[in-house]
Design a protein. Structure first.
Length: 352
């Protein structure tokens, strides 16, 4: 969603861990909360929002190699405030950073994680120029100064046995989700600010154990921040971002709770016009599971939106796309078939 904050276990108060996935249903006391009617401003909102507890810069890419094979890439930077109010300075700064990188092939999934603490310069996000980084992982603006800094990006990360270096160029506008960027996550009204850039064209190089692969494709960047995006009884989510044949895009998610699931999303026309999907109007139903990291994980899904004549099946490119990180989850590329063709990304959290 790329609602989706994956907060470090070692940085969370222990009581928080039982409240929703990675503690995201815990109290927001002392932190800033999203307010309905707030207008997002760019480029200001591309940068950090220190009054909020959690925030992320989250990019996924569906790629095709010069070898004709499909690949997927994930690059994520999370910011987590460890306490409300004045964050302090230097190593005492009450702020944690976490980076996740993933690369998926039809036969294998690679993942890596980087951790940072405080205002030491190891990780951060700046606006002028736009730059998000942790160690040598980077998401840097490559856009001219007179246009939106996210309209062109250079992206790079490395891990054990893999690396990638990609150039991204946006061919459409930024998209606000929910009510002009105010994205409700439950019947009780928990919410986040959420927008995306779903129109990137991508070119670059993947480095794999067998050598480099030149790739092209499309990518989707999610920006989201909040202080309590999940209700206390919500245990995790299933989130999709799809690039459909013909140029339309779809973002949808299902937040799971014993009291009932909460589903919604956004339909994005090829020209970037966004239509919010009413809660309950989209269905995400698992069809098949696989044993992944000792868990039963849904790796085949049916997605239906009757009002949009959407009835598609999603199949994982590689079933074992498990992010083996401190807070673990499934994240990988999917193929789309049915009423629409295409491809996209699926993220699933909170499966124990």
């Amino acid at each position: 969603m790329n609602a989706r904050a994956l907060i470090l276990l070692l940085f969370l108060p222990l009581p928080a861990l039982a409240q929703g996935f990675a503690g995201l249903g815990q109290t927001s006391d002392g932190y800033t909360l999203p307010q309905r009617g707030t207008e997002l401003e760019f480029p200001r909102d591309h940068g950090p929002h220190p009054g909020f507890r959690i925030e992320w810069w989250y990019l996924t890419a569906n790629l095709t190699g010069a070898d004709g094979r499909d690949y997927g890439v994930q690059w994520t930077l999370f910011r987590n405030a460890l306490a409300p109010g004045d964050p302090g300075a230097g190593w005492q700064k009450a702020r944690a950073w976490m980076g996740h990188a993933g690369l998926t092939t039809p036969e294998r999934h690679f993942s890596a994680e980087r951790l940072g603490r405080g205002g030491t310069g190891q990780a951060g996000v700046t606006l002028d120029p736009f730059r998000a980084w942790i160690d040598d992982w980077r998401m840097d603006s490559a856009a001219p100064r007179d246009v939106d800094p996210l309209s062109a990006l250079d992206l790079a990360a490395t891990g054990t046995d893999f690396a990638y270096d990609l150039a991204l160029t946006a061919t459409g506008p930024l998209v606000r989700h929910g009510e002009d960027g105010y994205s409700v996550k439950s019947e009780s009204g928990t919410a986040s600010y959420y927008y995306s850039q779903p129109f990137y064209r991508v070119a670059g190089t993947l480095t794999l154990p067998d050598g480099p692969v030149e790739v092209t494709g499309e990518a989707w960047l999610d920006r989201e921040w909040s202080s309590q995006p999940l209700a206390g009884d919500q245990e995790g989510w299933d989130w999709i971002s799809l690039h459909l044949d013909g140029g339309a895009k779809l973002m949808a998610f299902r937040l799971r709770a014993d009291s009932g699931d909460y589903t919604t999303g956004t339909w994005i026309a090829p020209d970037g016009a966004a239509t919010p999907l009413a809660p309950g109007s989209v269905s995400l139903a698992p069809l098949d599971t696989a044993q992944v990291a000792g868990r039963d994980i849904p790796v085949r899904w049916r997605v239906t939106i009757p009002d949009r004549d959407v009835d598609v099946t999603l199949d994982a490119l590689y079933a074992e796309a498990w992010m083996d990180t401190l807070v673990s989850y499934w994240e990988g590329p999917v193929k789309v078939a049915g009423s629409h063709g295409g491809r996209g990304y699926l993220e699933m959290t909170g499966y124990e």
